[in-house]
Design a protein around this ligand. Structure first.
Ligand SMILES: [Zn+2]
Length: 83
């Protein structure tokens, strides 16, 4: 079990998987991730700040997706993970 802090509401919760989103925020989390994914298709090599400004998602949250291993960063830029 992991103890995590939700990146959306900052609630502390326990989880079996390494995730930084609690159950209450899960749908918001996947919405935001979808937005980031489609943004990166159009604008690859964007950095966290550009994504944050374009989508209205905090840079903190964008960086947490990296911590979760859902986004990759090379030299400060984000890359889509190859399928
Ligand atoms: Zn939450």
């Amino acid at each position: 079990m992991y103890t995590s802090v939700c990146k959306h509401c900052f609630k502390v919760f326990k989880t079996k998987f390494r995730t930084l989103s609690c159950n209450d925020c899960r749908s918001k989390d996947s919405d935001h991730f979808d937005d980031i994914e489609s943004y990166l298709k159009v604008f690859p090599n964007s950095n966290a700040l550009q994504i944050s400004e374009a989508l209205g998602i905090t840079a903190y949250e964008v960086l947490k997706f990296v911590e979760e291993g859902r986004l990759h960063v090379t030299k400060g830029y984000f890359e889509q993970i190859e399928d």
